[in-house]
Design a protein around this ligand. Structure first.
Ligand SMILES: Nc1ncnc2c1ncn2[C@@H]1O[C@H](COP(=O)(O)OP(=O)(O)OP(=O)(O)O)[C@@H](O)[C@H]1O
Ligand SMILES: CC(C)(CO)[C@@H](O)C(=O)NCCC(=O)O
Ligand SMILES: [K+]
Length: 236
């Protein structure tokens, strides 16, 4: 069986797959991941593939914990110049966030040679694949981060409870900030998809369902990073 681990900036997600079937999936912090890993019998028979966007120190510590827990085949995915016929737009391919690279590879694994990936979590990334070429992408603050940045850098942008996600004009401070954050993202997606009208657009990440509820059109994918990681770990 394959253990897939997606270390994001806020949460860690993990999944156990057997022959493409998801056996279990969960999210939490490092301790919760480690206690789940330690609950698995016979660790050496599992392959482990990791997508990690945190720093090298975190990755090293996670690798050490995995080895200590008895896992043998541990592989950390990296962004490469090319994989499975898909080329990376970055001049320095390894500096493209590995979660972005894996989400693009997920499209390839679904049989697409072109497409747009929106991954909305702590940050919101939008990446374009055209004829097996990653054309590059966009990094925006995620909705919560955008709101937090406004509060942190002003005196009077303050609200007690965060209003629900919306795209309509706000009528109080909180409503304006929240609508501004979501409209920035929804508008960017609309603008980019208008430039690539033929490309299927996928939405993934923790805030993906909210974006979809707001009427942003796209195929909602539960976790493209896992699909890409599974594809990557099978060597394409
Ligand atoms: N239902 C939701 N509606 C709005 N925002 C959400 C929702 N669920 C999660 N989020 C936001 O998404 C972020 C979490 O996203 P995700 O679950 O993809 O994890 P993450 O680790 O932050 O992702 P990343 O891989 O981008 O670091 C948090 O900032 C949270 O505020
Ligand atoms: C942009 C994030 C934070 C999104 O999770 C991640 O992909 C990352 O840390 N990327 C490195 C910078 C880059 O992609 O150019
Ligand atoms: K992610």
């Amino acid at each position: 069986m394959t253990i897939l681990i997606d270390v994001g900036n806020t949460a860690i997600k993990w999944q156990l797959r057997e022959a493409e079937q998801i056996v279990c999936t969960d999210k939490g912090n490092t301790d919760e991941l480690l206690s789940w890993l330690n609950s698995l019998a016979d660790p050496s028979r599992h392959l482990v593939a990791v997508s990690c966007v945190r720093d090298d120190e975190f990755a090293r510590a996670l690798n050490d914990s995995l080895v200590k827990a008895g896992f043998e085949g541990v592989a950390f995915a990296t962004s490469a110049r090319q994989f499975a016929g898909v080329t990376n737009a970055y001049r320095e391919p390894s500096s493209l966030g590995v979660d972005r690279w894996l989400a693009i590879l997920a499209l390839k694994s679904f049989g697409h040679e072109s497409g747009i990936v929106v991954d909305i979590g702590t940050a919101c990334t939008i990446d374009v694949l055209e004829n097996n070429r990653h054309m590059g992408g966009f990094i925006l603050p995620g909705p919560k981060l955008a709101c937090d940045a406004l509060v942190a850098n002003t005196d009077k942008i303050r609200f007690v409870s965060e209003p629900p996600a919306a795209l309509a004009p706000g009528t109080d401070t909180g409503g304006c900030v929240v609508a501004g954050a979501w409209l920035t993202i929804a508008g960017a997606i609309r603008e980019i998809s208008a430039q690539y009208p033929q490309a299927p657009l996928y939405i993934t990440g923790g805030a993906g369902p909210t974006l979809s509820d707001l009427g942003v059109e796209g195929r909602l994918a539960k976790d493209l990073v896992f699909d890409g990681l599974d594809f990557w770990s099978n060597g394409a």
